[in-house]
Design a protein around this ligand. Structure first.
Ligand SMILES: [Zn+2]
Ligand SMILES: [Zn+2]
Ligand SMILES: [Zn+2]
Length: 285
């Protein structure tokens, strides 16, 4: 199974819509890793985290078969992660559906989805969606293409307060932390980390040189947080740490990010980055 970075940008993407700044100008002229759609992740074809405005483009770019999607996890309600209108295209007049989609999310997301479906004359049953309320620290065991995957939602430091989550994902012998859209984690999450170890950790790097520590992380905050996790043994030399979720307002292009994070043994995320979970031993890029 492969873990795919479907997107690596913050809300406005890079180059940002309507933007004339230097970062976006460089991104336009260089292309490639500089082009960042809104952050979302997939494990294989059946498990996805977040469902933002770039779903259609990501489907086409990576050849995703969304008809095979079975488990959708939503981190929080921000518009770059949750576009409930996407669900409307599961209506029978658009597509013949075979598979139920399990929507694992907080109560607020489930309510919003229901509302948007209703406004469009539909409901969960018609769109073959089964909502599953996600409760902090309560692990869910799912079937990921015939193998067991355990997903545990943890509180993040983000908005709306108390309603946003990051995820710990266990698959075979590997443990992954999907930690984007968070400042320094809440105490209860730090307590949960004690005695744990991750093979892969994706960290929030939204605000670049701006130095944010709450809601999102700036680069110094990310480095400090990684250092603390390394001291705790939660990350070690085998942990692949990847910074992700970048805004042009953080004022760093991809080469600036690599120059800053590389010497600190932190990799830089980009759209299309893929990590293979099928082998044994440590994960590699
Ligand atoms: Zn975001
Ligand atoms: Zn810009
Ligand atoms: Zn957000």
């Amino acid at each position: 199974m492969k873990f795919l970075f479907c997107g690596s940008g913050a809300s406005e993407g890079i180059p940002a819509l309507f933007c004339s700044c230097e970062i976006c100008g460089k991104a336009r002229s260089r292309g490639g890793k500089e082009m960042r759609s809104r952050t979302a992740y997939q494990f294989g074809e059946s498990v996805r985290i977040d469902f933002g405005p770039d779903l259609f483009g990501q489907q086409n770019r990576y050849g995703l078969r969304l008809d095979r999607l079975e488990h959708l996890f939503i981190t929080h309600s921000h518009k770059d992660h949750f576009t409930p209108l996407n669900f409307i295209y599961r209506r029978p007049q658009y597509v013949p559906l075979e598979k139920t989609l399990y929507l694992h999310a907080g109560e607020d997301i489930i309510e919003q989805t229901e509302k948007v479906l209703k406004e469009n004359g539909s409901d969960f049953a018609e769109c073959l969606i089964t909502p599953v309320e996600s409760v902090f620290f309560r692990s869910e065991e799912i079937d990921a293409e015939g193998e067991k995957m355990t997903v545990t939602p943890l509180p993040s430091d983000h908005l709306p307060a108390g309603k946003t989550r990051i995820y710990e994902i266990a698959y075979r012998e590997k443990r992954v932390l999907v930690g984007t859209d968070s400042g320094i984690y809440p105490n209860e999450t730090w307590n949960y980390f004690k005695g744990r170890h991750y093979d892969l950790a994706v960290m929030d790097a939204t605000s670049g040189i701006l130095g944010l520590r709450q809601v999102h992380m700036g680069r110094e905050c990310l480095v400090e947080t990684v250092k603390r996790l390394r001291q705790m043994g939660v990350y070690d030399d085998c942990t692949l740490v990847i910074a992700n979720h970048f805004s042009h307002n953080g004022k760093m292009n991809h080469d600036d990010l690599e120059a800053y994070y590389g010497p600190r043994n932190i990799h830089v995320g980009f759209d299309g980055l893929e990590i293979d979970f099928s082998g044994h031993g440590r994960l590699v890029l």
